[in-house]
Design a protein around this ligand. Structure first.
Ligand SMILES: Nc1ncnc2c1ncn2[C@@H]1O[C@H](COP(=O)(O)OP(=O)(O)O)[C@@H](O)[C@H]1O
Ligand SMILES: [Mg+2]
Length: 257
């Protein structure tokens, strides 16, 4: 099962949630590949992968560059692939491979080798506001689908609790879910809610309305949690909130076997 974590705004918690969900699933015994499709490379860095990423490695002729790791820790193991090089050079890299079939074939070959290890869950961390027509999405996704044409795909949206963000997220959900029939929108997380009763209640009401309007199945409110804020430590030390554990159990159930 492939789970894409997406959203409108940077800083709403997509990467944090990708990592937490990967950890929760791996601790339930699931074999997890985290696909870091964000040029910032934060999730891969936490998992100890600091290298060039797949696309940059190939462009620079480093077939054995650093773009894949299997991070073992006390309670589990998370595999991670870093797709892009860091920062602004990503734009040039993507246009280079887009035009060069030899390089693109190499990306396909090396990515497919990793996918052939077969995982239970593929968790995709994304930059903000991705669209199916973006090159950032297209190449990775098309190679993925060649390997797993029948894979089940779900999307989980993440937003911060501010009114403009929620509004923009609802529009984004409607747009993404109407434009494609690949997989399904599954859930919405309102993240970073100040941990006070009135704020939490307000976000729960906002969530309920947003779910009705977008017809997504499920969602939850995730409070601001001090330990998560600007987390920059080891995966071992990342505490998984109960809400994420519950999400992981739901996804495992949905995946069936
Ligand atoms: N529930 C939370 N509680 C506290 N801090 C959080 C929470 N979720 C995310 N953060 C923090 O917010 C910042 C942005 O999160 P990040 O996952 O990088 O967002 P995105 O990937 O959407 O840009 C990071 O410093 C992260 O540690
Ligand atoms: Mg991110």
């Amino acid at each position: 099962m492939r789970i894409s974590i997406i959203g409108v705004k940077g800083g709403s918690g997509k990467s944090t949630i990708s990592l937490l969900l990967s950890k929760a699933l791996s601790e339930m015994g699931e074999k997890v590949l985290l696909i870091d499709r964000d040029p910032l490379g934060w999730t891969s860095r936490i998992l100890g992968l600091e290298g060039d990423g797949l696309v940059k490695s190939i462009i620079e002729g480093k077939e054995h560059g650093e773009f894949y790791a299997e991070k073992k820790y006390n309670n589990g193991k998370i595999s991670v692939i870093k797709f892009y090089g860091e920062g602004p050079r990503f734009f040039t890299d993507v246009s280079i491979i887009h035009k060069n079939t030899v390089l693109l074939n190499k990306v396909e070959e090396l990515y497919s080798q990793i996918l052939k290890k077969k995982f239970d869950f593929y968790i995709v961390d994304n930059p903000s506001l991705v669209d199916f027509n973006d090159e950032i999405v297209k190449h990775e996704l098309s190679i993925f689908l060649k390997n797993f044409p029948k894979v089940k795909i779900l999307r989980i949206y993440v937003t911060d609790p501010s009114e403009p963000s929620i509004k923009a997220t609802i529009d984004y959900i409607k747009k993404i879910e109407s434009q494609n029939n690949l997989g399904n929108g599954y859930g919405l997380i309102i993240n970073l809610v100040p941990p006070y009763p009135e704020e939490l209640d307000k976000s729960k009401r906002d969530l309920k309305e947003a779910l009705e309007e977008t017809k997504l199945n499920s969602g939850f409110v995730l409070p601001f949690i001090e330990n998560l804020f600007q987390f920059n430590g080891k995966i071992e030390d990342l505490e998984i909130p109960e809400e994420i554990k519950l999400l992981a159990r739901q996804l495992k159930y949905l995946k069936g076997d």
